[in-house]
Write a protein that binds this ligand. Structure first.
Ligand code: AMP
Length: 209
């Protein structure tokens, strides 16, 4: 099953994808994670996109589309995949339509106030990408990962100025995808405000029906 996760930043797409991946046995493909790992490893792509990610802007479509095209050719995608953070523009959605058939688009619905609350409190373990929230999902020891003990970090783009920019980019560039997929008839709206487990159950029930 090929699934796209759509929704504003901070809606919990990454958290849900990690749970859903285990449930469905298909890979979780996050374009944000791929960019961040390129930045961490100092690759050419990483150098090119570092400033864009820090500011909360979008990497150019051509770069992102070619990266996803390559990733979807890998063998682990044969039984399906969960796309998280792609497509983010109409051009990307049109390109994706030429690559594969998307079975379901899960649209996470969350208001702006909650988005800001979630993003500003988000922390992550740099080596594993494990996500915490200082209020709703704190680590056992403040500031450190439960598993590896490494210090947690705040993403540059989870700082206030970048959050504002990301929300604006979401509204202008990504939200039009809701109409795009609504027209195709394969979109499922999910309230993203409850706990990850509740959201997961709602998503699984919706996918089954
Ligand atoms: P995310 O982890 O999904 O919030 O993505 C983090 C950042 O990576 C975004 O703010 C963009 O700068 C970049 N990015 C991720 N996915 C895309 C995409 N599909 N198109 C353009 N830029 C992207």
């Amino acid at each position: 099953m090929n699934i796209v996760l759509l929704g504003p930043p901070g809606a919990g797409k990454g958290t849900l994808a990690a749970l859903l991946k285990t449930e469905l046995g298909v890979p979780h493909i996050s374009t944000g994670d791929i960019f961040r790992s390129n930045i961490k490893n100092g690759t050419e792509l990483g150098k090119k996109v570092q400033g864009i990610l820090a500011s909360g802007g979008l990497v150019p479509d051509e770069v992102t589309i070619e990266m996803v095209r390559g990733r979807l050719k890998e063998d682990d995608t044969l039984k399906g995949y969960i796309l998280d953070g792609f497509p983010r523009t109409i051009a990307q959605a049109e390109a994706l339509d030429t690559m594969d058939t998307i079975d379901a688009v899960i649209n996470f619905v969350l208001d702006d106030e909650e988005v800001v609350k979630r993003l500003s409190g988000r922390r992550l373990a740099p080596s594993t990408g494990r996500i915490y929230h200082i209020v709703s999902n704190p680590p056992k020891k403040e500031g450190f990962d439960d598993e590896t003990g490494e210090p947690l970090i705040q993403r540059d783009d989870d700082k206030p100025e970048a959050i504002r920019h990301r929300l604006e980019v979401y509204r202008n560039e990504t939200a039009p995808l809701i109409g795009y997929y609504r027209n195709k008839g394969n979109i499922i709206d999910i309230d993203a405000s409850p706990s990850p487990e509740t959201v997961l159950s709602a998503v699984i029930a919706a996918l089954r029906s």
